[in-house]
Design a protein around this ligand. Structure first.
Ligand code: IDP
Length: 138
């Protein structure tokens, strides 16, 4: 069974769409195997997004990601990495398909409500960034 890391970003929490985002995952038959709410420091956000450190938006992105509480979840299901990214929609809400979370709730390419791992190896690293194996429910 595949696992992926999902984050409801600070803009999603501020908009009050935690429940709506979770509803979309559960309606798609995706199981939530772990969940918690926390606020990242900027250093922790930089650690999480380390692959983007050379990008021009890195400073702004990590400031945004540490600007308020987030909800982090481990999602589980067959092909959940790709299915989660379909439910999320394209990074830029302007390019996101109708009915996706980003199309419906994102305000910009940066403030785009949700994060989802993009591949099995990234999923493993990202899950381990937030959860110990004991915190993940079988
Ligand atoms: P993804 O979240 O759809 O996988 P990535 O390209 O991995 O997209 O980018 C990570 C995050 O960085 C995005 O979700 C978004 O918040 C932010 N980001 C990506 N591209 C830009 C940009 O051009 N300007 C500002 N922020 C960006």
């Amino acid at each position: 069974m595949e696992r992926t890391l999902s984050i409801i970003k600070p803009d999603g929490v501020r908009q009050g769409v935690i429940g709506e985002v979770i509803r979309r995952f559960e309606s798609a038959g995706i199981r939530i195997a772990a969940m918690k709410m926390l606020q990242l420091t900027q250093a922790e956000a930089e650690g999480f997004y380390a692959v983007h450190r050379e990008r021009p938006f890195f400073e702004s992105l990590t400031r945004f990601m540490s600007s308020g509480p987030i909800v982090v979840m481990v999602l589980e299901g067959d092909g959940v990495i790709a299915r989660n990214r379909e439910i999320m929609g394209a990074t830029n809400p302007k390019d996101a398909a109708p009915g996706t979370i980003r199309k419906d709730f994102a305000s910009s390419v940066e403030q785009n409500v949700v994060h989802g791992s993009d591949a099995p190896e990234t999923a493993r690293t990202e899950i381990a960034y937030f959860f110990s194996e004991m915190e993940i429910c079988a």
